[in-house]
Design a protein around this ligand. Structure first.
Ligand code: FAD
Length: 391
């Protein structure tokens, strides 16, 4: 299907933008383009998560900060999302002996928000759908695209292939972006990908007598030298705990009894709160997940294609800024569109010029903190700071 416009035939008709990936950044970006009046086609490989019973994602919840909120505000989504977030004013550091010490995020009244990833994605998709010029195409997996013609080939749920043309392709298809694959063939395209030796797994801390098991308005952190656990609150009064640990260590814990022993040694206060039996069971529910850092440059290919979100810059999660930076990509791109009258041939290189250094800085800072975590193990001050600074 040829959605692209021909400028020589029509100057009044808005161009067609194909957003590939309907995750957090893709759904928000689609709103930005539709708000400007573009004809927007979103192509998402998954089925519509608003109808799905189980939504797989990279984490159950995440921290939304000022950077992300500013981007949501521009498309009128800030209040909706903030109303379903739980403010976290401070980190709460859990020491081995069970002492808890709060460390504020900033001045009085400043906070970040714990938001449910699946709900955030659903809200953004629903917001996108309110634009009459926007269409969501689920179960459309991008297989390939041609840098010469711009033609994209999608695999649909029924097994059929569909070919699509658009005026601009916006790659928001995550850390393993299929759109980005074509960039790798281009001369002077820089790309690096680094897996860190740590993995992560998530555990649920249920409510106790209908109330949060720990103080809710905190991001709880158990710093433990080469590994750590964090917990963010959810609206259903559970906490999602995330254990970050080297894969080698995960491999040493293979039985329920070993899990109990490990938690007794490092996170004794969390055992009764998670529940001894649930802990032994849930620890093995899913294998530990890998974390990757991706850097590349430029973010655009001629006036035809641009990368945003994790497709452009996947970062390790130790700053809690991956999604926030991806949201900011949309905001920055939008500002450049204003400055350069929506002329893609000028906007795309300017976006690369402005955005690459900032996104690379966030990737470096996230990785720096991860390295700090492992290297300064003998200093009590570092032991304290290295985890505390991360979130
Ligand atoms: P994704 O969320 O990966 O979405 C990509 C979308 O593209 C998906 O819907 C996928 O189905 C679709 N897709 C993929 N391939 C194709 C294809 N071929 N065709 C069509 N569609 C396709 N960030 C924060 O800001 N704060 C946090 O607290 C935070 N915590 C995190 C905790 C963990 C454990 C991890 C792993 C990450 C965390 N992040 C956090 C980072 C955050 O998850 C990512 O930065 C964010 O999800 C990026 O959004 P995205 O839309 O670019 O990519």
């Amino acid at each position: 299907m040829d959605y692209s416009t021909n400028d020589s035939k029509s100057t009044s008709k808005k161009k067609v933008v194909a957003v590939v990936g309907g995750g957090l950044v893709g759904a928000l970006n689609a709103c930005y383009f539709a708000k400007r009046g573009f004809q927007v086609e979103v192509f998402e490989s998954r089925e519509d998560i608003r109808q799905a019973k189980i939504v797989k994602g990279r984490s159950i919840n995440l921290a939304l900060s000022h950077r992300g909120r500013q981007a949501l505000k521009q498309v009128g989504m800030e209040d909706t999302i903030v109303s379903k977030g739980i403010p976290m004013h401070s980190r709460m550091i859990h020491s081995l002996n069970g002492t808890q010490s709060p460390i504020p995020y900033g001045k009085k009244g400043q906070y970040i928000l714990s938001v449910d990833r699946a709900n955030l994605n659903k809200e953004l998709l629903s917001a996108a759908e309110t634009y009459s010029t926007l269409k969501l195409n689920f179960a459309h997996k991008l297989l390939n695209w041609s840098t010469e013609t711009g033609a994209m080939t999608f695999l649909r749920a029924d097994g059929a292939k569909e070919e699509i043309l658009a005026d601009l392709i916006v790659g928001c298809d995550g850390a393993f972006s299929a759109i980005r694959k074509q960039f790798l063939r281009q001369s002077r395209f820089n790309f690096s990908q680094t897996y860190i030796p740590h993995g992560y797994l998530e555990l649920t801390m249920p409510p106790i007598n209908g109330e949060f098991a720990m103080k809710p308005n905190y991001l709880h952190i158990w710093p433990r030298n080469t590994f750590m656990m964090i917990a963010l609150p959810n609206l259903d009064k559970t906490f999602t705990c995330t254990l970050f640990m080297p894969f080698d260590e995960f491999e040493n814990v293979t039985t329920g009894d070993q899990v109990t022993e490990f938690f007794q040694k490092y996170f004794p206060d969390a055992i009764p709160l998670i529940g001894a039996d649930a802990l032994k069971r849930d620890y093995f529910r899913l294998p530990a997940q890998a974390m990757v850092s991706v850097k590349c440059s430029p973010y655009h290919l001629s006036d035809k294609c641009v990368l945003m979100g994790d497709a452009a810059h996947a970062v390790v999660p130790f700053y809690g800024q991956g999604m926030n930076a991806g949201f900011e990509d949309c905001l920055v791109f939008n500002e450049i569109m204003d400055q350069l009258n929506e002329d893609f041939s000028a906007v795309l290189p300017e976006y690369t010029r402005v955005r690459v250094p900032d996104d690379h800085a966030i990737a470096d800072l996230a990785m720096y903190n991860y390295v700090e975590m492992r290297s300064h193990v003998n200093s009590k001050w570092f032991l304290f700071r290295k985890y505390v600074d991360n979130f």
